[in-house]
Design a protein around this ligand. Structure first.
Ligand code: ZN
Length: 125
């Protein structure tokens, strides 16, 4: 991950329209938000970190990482979610991108994987 960067400098650091993941923070240390975009990371960070008029920010800092594909972004999102979710315990487990619904979380012993497997098996019977 690259950062932390001040969120008012977002335009300066993100130029590509590509998938990726990001983290937001107010003190540059504690992670308050974990997010991903499957097609336009910059717009997603903008929506999450800043207010529409740009007068003040919801989050002062962000980190980001572009990825080549939405699939890669999903895997990274999962890893970040498992690492930092304690600070953000109400957030739900990342969902796979559209068209990749069969992807599973790369973290061993992930509850979410187990639940989904359970649902699938139920459907098959
Ligand atoms: Zn997981």
């Amino acid at each position: 991950m690259k950062g932390p960067f001040r969120s008012e400098w977002l335009e300066h650091y993100l130029s590509e329209k590509a998938p990726g993941v990001f983290l937001c923070s107010n003190d540059g240390e504690t992670i308050l938000e974990i997010g991903r975009s499957d097609d336009d990371l910059k717009e997603m960070i903008k929506k999450t970190c800043t207010r529409p008029r740009g007068l003040d920010s919801l989050y002062a800092y962000f980190w980001f990482q572009y990825t080549q594909t939405p699939k890669e972004a999903f895997y990274l999102h999962c890893q970040l979610w498992h690492k930092y979710k304690r600070n953000n315990s109400t957030a739900e487990h990342p969902q796979p991108p559209l068209g990749f619904e069969d992807l599973t979380c790369p973290i061993k012993d992930c509850e979410w994987n187990r639940e989904r497997r359970g649902l699938k098996e139920e459907k098959e019977f």
